[in-house]
Design a protein around this ligand. Structure first.
Ligand code: FRU
Length: 308
């Protein structure tokens, strides 16, 4: 009898505790991150966590898809079964992720897409840095620094992720005006430093005369730089990246150290995404597409972007 009473009291406590926990938040938000192994994405998650602390009515659950489309699709579907009130998602690749994001949106759940777009318009809000602007500014910077003449290598991000296309085409459009600038090699390193590091040696071997490497992000620029350094050629080549993270291993420091000639600051949008989510959940309307500035970082201003 006594035992039963204790058991009863215990389960009542448990019930109360779990009810209490539930009442601490009003909205459940699923955040689907395509890959947490890269520093820029770790910075995004950190920014999300920090901003979420200002919104106690929101509980955010996190998923990391390890750069795998199928994994990200199933994580998004699992959010649906967990009855999220809003989805925040930074998709790995556009085409494979679009149907799952559309399912969520069509179920009446608002969707905030961050940094990498999906296909079509089945989302509530997209927030990201302006990648076409990065491409255009990169082209202009390259033309200027090479004084209209030179051989360049382009190291591309994952082909199915829109920033890889947007950072490339406008750059090529600008450089088409400079007949003496030639893109002599290009390869896809899927945003990863190690892949750039592994693939660049064969480009070095095949091309004696490389003036500049334009990599779609700083880790790939660094991977290529280290490969060039390995064969004593890093001083003959200029390296340009994108991201400009502020930390001791980030792009701003690489510019200060003379490893990169320039990078473009690419805002991670974590803070903005949470603020947008909060507005949507509070019934406010938000703009459908929000794009943030991507200033160039060179030796002149790198110190301002560096936060050791
Ligand atoms: C990280 C990253 C960044 C890049 C962004 C583009 O996954 O590769 O370095 O700027 O994604 O979506």
């Amino acid at each position: 009898m006594n035992r039963l009473r204790i058991l009863g009291a215990l389960s009542l406590c448990f019930l109360l505790a779990s009810c209490g926990a539930k009442e601490e938040y009003k909205y459940l938000v699923g955040f689907s991150q395509c890959n947490l192994a890269e520093p820029w994405r770790q910075a995004m998650n950190a920014a999300v966590k920090k901003e979420a602390a200002n919104h106690p009515d929101m509980k955010i659950i996190y998923a990391d898809a390890h750069q795998d489309n199928d994994e990200q699709v199933s994580q998004i579907r699992s959010f649906l079964t967990q009855k999220i009130d809003l989805l925040m998602v930074s998709p790995n690749e556009a085409a494979p992720l679009t149907p799952a994001v559309r399912e969520v949106y069509n179920a009446g759940i608002p969707v905030v897409v961050i940094d990498r777009a999906i296909a079509g318009d089945s989302y509530t809000c997209f927030v990201g840095g302006d990648n076409k602007e990065i491409g255009r500014k990169a082209g202009e910077f390259i033309a200027e620094v090479l004084q209209g003449k030179g051989n360049i290598v382009e190291i591309k991000g994952l082909a199915g992720s829109p920033p890889a296309i947007d950072r490339s085409l406008p750059m090529r459009e600008v450089l088409a005006r400079y007949p003496d600038i030639k893109i002599i090699a290009e390869f896809e390193a899927r945003w990863l430093r190690d892949e750039a590091n592994q693939q660049f040696p064969s480009v070095l071997q095949a091309n004696e005369d490389i003036d500049l490497v334009y990599a779609h992000n700083d880790p790939m620029a660094m991977g290529a730089y280290l490969a060039a350094k390995n064969v004593g050629r890093e001083k003959d080549i200029l390296f340009i990246g994108v991201d400009g993270l502020p930390g001791p291993d980030g792009g701003a420091k690489m510019v200060l150290d003379g490893i990169l000639t320039a990078t473009f600051y690419y805002p991670n949008c974590g803070k903005e995404a949470v603020q947008i989510a909060a507005k949507i959940l509070n019934g406010e309307t938000v703009e459908k597409n929000i794009s943030l500035d991507t200033p160039v970082i060179t030796k002149e201003n790198a110190q301002q972007f560096y936060q050791p």
